[in-house]
Ligand binder design. Structure first.
Ligand code: ME8
Length: 663
């Protein structure tokens, strides 16, 4: 029976369009899935979108859409992007699909029947952005993960007996393969050792989610719903025989890859839910680091994302795939920059693999009429043995590093083979041999070009999972047919049959010129679009909300749709104080009805802090958070901006309720 291999990405929230952070995880999983297929494993690769919960409900409301409409649009963008990038996922699960919803209810029922769910009341802090219950926090405290001010929740909820799993989880973590890398494993162990409290797994104050079975006033906590995707997608909880069969075949997952910020959900809650359901546990949860842009985590809320499409338009998917896996040490944070991308593209792809392919194949065309020459034994030297040895070592090393998720080291070893062959070509000067007419030179030329072509074949197969498109093209040029059918288990030196007819030789990685960087930067700036300046003074600089360029009318006017994107609300100032070492900034805590926000405003020269407490103000509620002097500002206070004068806060003559929306 063939080996099976099941790999998953996180399912991405639909509150934001995909960016290269999402692409990073998906590319890494795609690469692993492709390699497993070449190794002969029956592979199932799952990705999808996470569409329920308060965060999505609010994002949809801010966009003036129903949550379902909103989720449909963004989920379709993820799907289309993965298609465009050649991601080889076998399924794409959406948590709003009926198959998922029913099976999540089955899982909930199972846990309840097994005695791990009870009803209680939750009073405490909640972070909507992370959909996280923040244990031990007080009203006004920031979320430990994202720094946003938490909201107070007081609800009747269902609870999961997480506390019952502390010892079992600690036992599980003794297996060093379960959480990778080691640093993440240590964090999780110390978190669990510090004590686990039962976990609320339902909400009852909004409705965008899956109803609790037999108690539809409650909806299932979005993380319970989301984590379950890994089993619902392959048939858990289904009554169909085929689905049950698939579940039996593929579960448990071999690799569940995530970003480091969601380790706790995957390494504590997820295995506990599975244990409570009596199900096997995944073999490995693998957490990678963050892609940083301009020195902070790339994320929609920080407004520093790089879209994948820009890179696809200019350099293509393979360039992005190679860059991310080669440049970032897997498990650690890595910075993204267009400069580094273009530099790597030119040095490793255009001058490296691309150049090796084009010069080797062009010379075979020129000197041997496009047929792979015979590596005559008579003209073999130690140099050929060294290349063959280097290729065999590379095959081994690549596999070892790759299996340890050390993609950059694996690629480094393949590229050291390419460098060795380049040197070999330069030293053996096939072009000079080609100019000579004697038989010895011709035999030697055949040996040199065979050696180069065989090394190219091996480097190409190894690089295939990382760059499926370019390597498939080189493969055809090498006269080899479908690269997806390669038997990687038995890959060895000398398998290129002499006499193989080459395909049409074409450049695979044309050199990128200097303008590539500027073009990509310009495309991103255009996307970020115009800025809405709602307020003068200090804070105006942080008051930029992106408006897609396409929606901005040519005469500078915006449509009503654009205006409604700006969520203006009435807030009540609860706390106001000076920000140390700043003449202009005040730190405010503003109650907007549903939550208390921390906002930094550049109004300290116009208003003494004590005069603001109890005053109603207008705030922009859906502004991306920004950090000012190390403090996070979640929104903006609206004020009239008078040329050369101090700002004047907007207010009301009549009484207005806190939280009312201005439109
Ligand atoms: O957390 N660098 O969804 P999400 C690297 N729906 N990876 C990044 C990244 C960055 N800057 N930004 C995003 C959720 N990612 C939940 C998951 S799973 C049951 C539910 C990648 O849309 C990375 O894989 O916030 C990260 O864990 C994931 O996207 C978060 O995506």
């Amino acid at each position: 029976m063939s080996k099976k291999f099941y790999i998953t990405t996180p399912i991405y929230y639909v509150n934001a369009r995909p960016h290269i952070g999402h692409a990073y995880t998906t590319i890494a999983c795609d690469t692993i899935a492709r390699r497993q297929r070449l190794l002969g494993a029956e592979t199932f690769f799952l990705t999808g979108t996470d569409e329920h919960g308060q965060k999505i409900e609010r994002a949809a409301e801010a966009a003036g859409k129903t949550p379902q409409q909103y989720a449909d649009e963004i989920s379709a963008e993820f799907k289309a992007l993965w298609k465009r990038m050649g991601i080889s996922n076998d399924d794409f699960i959406r948590t709003t699909e009926a198959r998922h919803e029913k099976r999540v209810q089955e899982l909930f029922r199972k846990l309840r029947d097994n005695g791990f769910i009870y009803k209680g009341t939750y009073t405490g802090q909640y972070c909507v952005s992370d959909e996280l219950y923040v244990d031990g926090a007080q009203p006004g405290d920031p979320c430990p993960t994202c720094g946003r001010i938490t909201e107070t929740v007081h609800e009747e909820n269902y609870f999961f007996k997480l506390s019952a799993f502390q010892d079992k989880l600690l036992e599980l973590y003794k297996n060093p393969e379960f959480i990778r890398p080691e640093a993440r494993r240590n964090e999780v162990i110390s978190f669990v050792k510090s004590g686990l409290r039962d976990q609320s797994i339902s909400r009852s104050t909004f409705s965008w989610g899956i109803p609790v079975p037999d108690d539809p006033k409650h909806i299932i906590y979005v993380w319970f719903d989301a984590l379950a995707n890994y089993i619902t997608a392959i048939g858990y909880g289904s009554s169909h025989a085929g689905a049950q069969e698939a579940f039996k075949k593929f579960w448990p997952a071999d690799v569940q890859m995530i970003g480091k910020e969601i380790v706790r959900f995957h390494c504590v809650y997820w295995p506990a839910f599975l244990m409570a359901a009596g199900l096997p546990l995944p073999k490995a949860i693998v957490a990678h680091g963050w892609l940083l842009f301009e020195e902070s985590k790339m994320s929609k809320s920080r407004g520093n994302i790089v879209r994948t499409e820009t890179i696809l338009d200019v350099l293509g998917a393979d360039a992005l795939r190679y860059f991310l896996l080669r440049e970032v040490v897997f498990g650690q944070d890595g910075s993204f920059s267009f400069d580094a991308l273009v530099q790597r593209y030119n040095s490793d792809l255009a001058n490296g693999l691309g150049n090796l392919a084009s010069r080797t194949l062009t010379m075979i065309n020129r000197y041997f009429k496009g047929e792979v020459p015979d590596p005559s034994q008579a003209s073999k030297t130690a140099a050929e043995d060294a290349i063959a040895e280097s290729a065999c070592r590379t095959i081994r090393e690549f596999g070892t590093h790759f299996d340890q998720f050390q993609f950059s080291r694996a690629l480094e070893s393949a590229w050291s083979l390419i460098a060795a062959v380049d040197k070999y070509i330069v030293e053996n000067e096939p072009w000079a041999l080609g100019e000579k007419q004697d038989e010895t030179s011709r035999t030697r030329l055949g040996t040199v070009l065979y050696t180069a072509a065989e090394a190219l074949r091996i480097a190409t197969v190894l690089a295939y999972p990382v760059m499926p498109d370019a390597t498939a093209r080189i493969w055809l040029q090498l006269g080899q047919g479908d690269i997806k059918k390669v038997d990687l288990v038995n890959l060895a030196w000398g398998q290129l049959p002499p006499g193989t007819k080459l395909g049409e030789v074409q450049p695979v990685f044309p050199r990128a010129d200097k303008s590539a960087v500027e073009r990509m930067q310009r495309m991103e700036e255009e996307q970020r679009g115009a800025t809405v300046e709602v307020q003068g003074s200090d804070t105006a600089k942080q008051a930029s909300a992106p408006i897609p360029a396409a929606n901005t009318a040519a005469n500078g006017k915006i449509s009503i749709d654009d205006f409604t994107k700006v969520e203006l609300r009435v807030g009540l100032v609860k706390v106001a104080e000076r920000v140390p070492k700043s003449d202009k900034l005040l730190r405010l805590e503003v109650d907007i009805g549903t939550e208390v926000r921390q906002i930094l405003a550049g109004i300290a020269e116009a208003y003494a802090p004590e005069t603001l407490v109890g005053r109603k103000v207008v705030i922009v509620a859906n502004l991306a958070p920004r950090k000012l002097r190390g403090l996070e500002s979640n929104g903006m206070i609206v004020a009239a901006s008078l040329e050369g004068d101090k700002p004047v806060l907007a207010g009301f003559l009549e009484d207005v309720p806190i939280g009312a929306r201005l439109k």
